[in-house]
Design a protein around this ligand. Sequence first.
Ligand SMILES: [Zn+2]
Length: 198
Amino acid sequence: MSGSWRISDSKLDLVAGKHAHIVIVTDKKVLSYVDPRRFGHIYFLSKKNFDQKINSYPMDISEPGFDANHIKAIFENQPNKVLKTFLLDQKKFSGVGNYIASEICARAKLLPTRIVNTLSKKDCSNIKAAIDLIIFGAVKTQGTTFGGGYRDAFGEKGEGVQHLVVFHQKICQMCKKTNVVKTVLGGRGTYHCPLCQK
Ligand SMILES: [Zn+2]
């Protein structure tokens, strides 16, 4: 999602400042929560309620336990789901946003419309590898950005956008020759390469 924390020496300029919903000012620095699309939630909780809240969340896709076996088990539990739409279910795939879902399908070489009961153990391993590449690859390059949304805590634009292979791309960046097809799946813009993805 596009919400992020920003650390700056003074209050943010008007453009970013307009979307700063929480601003904490100290002697030296200004910490701002910038969230143009207002998807974020902020809670002020006691320690007890905090523990309760944290424990109520499902395993995040970035956690080591979120492996191919875990993915396979999720699919076996709800076998008739459509892959890309299912990837957006935050109760199962916590942390997957719309662009990540398209990119996971692409990197795993799977059509977004695949029904999950048709996916093999190997496909689940490929999904896991895709998640690692997208999540940890993007972190290394300061986060993925598109449409100017994402910046790191110091306001630098992320460069992860250069590593997107289908999302908002004209030509597939895996085969470098096929036009990316845009469809709408479950009401969300979805991108795939008809050559690379089966
Ligand atoms: Zn391709």
